[in-house]
Design a protein around this ligand. Structure first.
Ligand SMILES: [Zn+2]
Length: 74
């Protein structure tokens, strides 16, 4: 897995964007850790082996925003 998880009409895919996987402290390459423990949907945690979690990506955020707009809750 090299890049960002992206959700599209064809399902999930990895975007070649490298921004999320680089640790802001050491610039090192990080490992994505999928999690869904908060009950609100999947999050991708980018974890540096030396500095811990440095990024949280919500691949469904835009889908939820669109859903809220459709229901007039935005
Ligand atoms: Zn680091």
């Amino acid at each position: 897995m090299t890049g960002r998880l992206r959700i599209g009409p064809d399902g999930a895919s990895w975007d070649p964007d490298e921004g999320y996987r680089t640790c802001s402290v050491c610039g090192g390459d990080c490992e994505p850790e999928p999690t869904g423990a908060d009950g609100l949907g999947v999050r991708i945690l980018w974890v540096c082996p030396d500095h811990g979690v440095h990024s949280v990506v919500d691949p469904f955020e835009k889908l939820r925003e669109a859903d809220r707009r459709e229901r007039g809750e935005a």
